[in-house]
Design a protein around this ligand. Structure first.
Ligand code: SF4
Length: 497
């Protein structure tokens, strides 16, 4: 495991600095020391205040074992009253610059970790900064590369043209409904998903709880005259339940939620093509679902088999066409860069097949190793492309999207993402998902109903954010949904008092 000893850094910065170190050394740890202790097999970085040309500055010197390898100097030292945040930023910059040179890896997002880049952009915009001022600040202070700063600017511009009232939606809410079942489990999954025929509680019990939650929360929204901006069914795979169960669920939704005709967007993930049937499509159409997803992840059968998807490429294409020809034309597809055994050739193949389908939107994920997924546990078994190839595929995706008229409209990063890259939602203009923007930009409360659904409380007065998660597994949910619903209503009363 890689170790970096930092000399001269404050203890309160340790966690942030460790996240930066892990951009280069996945499992790396940081220790702080008051005096240099050069470990034989570790790195040491010494921070010192210096005076260069009569000006105070901060110098960082990097040692590999006992051998000095490099040093870097800032061009100023923060004044006394700004030392907390400014000093932390200077030290972050020195850490990243020195490690970039040491490893030969450049970091496209500079020192940005643990923060949503588009959210940061929006907050600077709301403070009155212009587009060019924001981009400059991102590049100068956060070391974000120019192409990423341009990407953020493009995404924010797109969001504001799709949702011009983005800054004033605090008094409305969106609703997320989690259906925790899937036909089988995929190898990289850490979502709240359980095999539908497994031993984790029955679908009927779960649905009884969900109907209860919808009634109570819908009743509260109606009584308090709160509008619903978007509704999103996710999971799991919401289409893994039967057509009859889906029908009853959407009927309930329309009966208990206020003014469903005024909801801007209703999405149902139908991610696993093996769950899609003519009957279920008819139900989605009957209840005017605006948007669905049919997720190929890859268009190579061997890959699908390796990751445990249990459906074929042919089935994805067939089910996509079935949905599209039935009139469900706003279909999202997810592609993942860096799946086991996949390189640029397989990704090119996936893009070539996508070209024939032309879905309304495409979300390009970069594989991330999530702690709990089987893929992480058995990492040696799953061979993935190297960093350069991952970057190459990301660029390939960007160029392909541009060439085919898709525009980026949301972006998020995850921990342990390959190549320290990002996930990007692209859409043909006018086909963007409003829910995705609501959840990413955290402009309003999202109420989570169902299994594993996380409610995100955004205080309409202060913008402060809090979270509250429902039980993940269907059995615990079935035991405790009344108590969880009660707690949610209490929070809503406080938020919208
Ligand atoms: S379809 Fe999605 S939610 Fe279901 S097991 Fe696969 S990754 Fe998990």
């Amino acid at each position: 495991m890689a170790l970096l000893t930092l000399v001269g850094a404050e203890a309160s910065f340790q966690r942030s600095f460790e996240r930066l170190f892990q951009l280069f050394f996945e499992e790396g740890t940081i220790v702080l020391s008051a005096s240099p202790e050069f470990a034989d097999d570790g790195l040491t970085l010494i921070f010192e205040k210096k005076v260069v040309g009569g000006e105070p500055c901060l110098q960082g010197t990097l040692y590999d074992g006992k051998k000095k390898v490099d040093s870097e100097t800032s061009d100023f030292f923060p004044e006394e009253q700004h030392q907390g945040a400014a000093l932390k930023r200077l030290m972050s910059q020195l850490i990243v610059k020195l490690l970039e040179r040491y490893t030969g890896w450049s970091q496209p997002w500079g020192i940005l970790t643990g923060v949503r880049p588009t959210k940061l952009y929006h907050s600077m915009r709301r403070q009155g900064m212009t587009d060019s001022e924001i981009k400059q600040k991102l590049m100068d202070e956060y070391m974000v590369q120019q192409d990423k700063a341009e990407l953020l600017s493009q995404i924010v511009g797109r969001q504001l043209s799709v949702v011009p009232d983005l800054d004033t939606l605090q008094q409305e809410v969106s609703i997320y409904i989690g259906i925790p079942f899937c036909p089988t489990m995929c190898a990289y999954c850490t979502f709240p998903a359980y095999p539908i025929n497994g031993k984790n509680g029955s679908v009927d019990e779960f649905l009884t709880g969900l109907h209860y939650e919808m009634e109570k929360v819908g009743g509260w929204l109606t009584a308090n005259d709160i509008r619903v901006t978007t509704i999103y069914f996710g999971g799991g795979t919401p289409t893994s339940i039967t057509a009859e169960q889906m029908d009853a669920l959407y009927e309930k939704m329309h009966a208990v939620f206020p003014n469903t005709a005024g909801v801007r967007e209703l999405t149902v993930e139908a991610g696993r093509p093996d769950t899609i049937t003519k009957e279920k499509i008819a139900v989605l159409k009957k209840w005017n679902v605006d948007r669905i997803s049919v997720n190929p992840q890859s268009f190579t059968n061997e890959t699908l088999k390796a990751i445990g998807r249990h459906h074929s490429v042919e089935e994805t294409v067939d089910k996509y066409r079935l949905a599209y020809e039935s009139g469900l034309t706003n279909i999202n597809m997810d592609l993942i860069i860096g799946l086991p055994g996949e390189g640029a050739a397989e990704f090119t193949h996936s893009l070539n097949v996508t070209e024939k389908l032309r879905p309304a939107s495409l979300t390009v994920h970069t594989l991330s190793y999530k702690r709990a997924s089987p893929m992480t546990k058995y990492k040696e078994k799953y061979k993935v492309a190297d960093r350069e190839e991952i970057h190459q595929m990301m660029e390939q995706a960007r160029a392909w999207m541009e060439e085919h008229g898709y525009v980026p409209y949301y972006l998020y990063r995850q921990k342990n993402i390959l190549g320290n890259l990002e996930n990007i939602g692209y859409a043909l203009p006018g086909q963007e998902s409003i829910y995705n923007m609501m959840i990413m930009e955290e402009v309003q409360t999202v109420i989570g109903l169902g299994c594993g659904a996380s409610s995100k409380w955004v205080d309409p007065k202060t913008g402060n954010i809090d979270r509250f998660a429902n039980p993940k597994d269907p059995r615990s949910y079935a035991d405790r949904y009344e108590e969880y619903t009660e707690r949610k209503i209490q929070v809503l009363n406080e938020l919208f008092a």
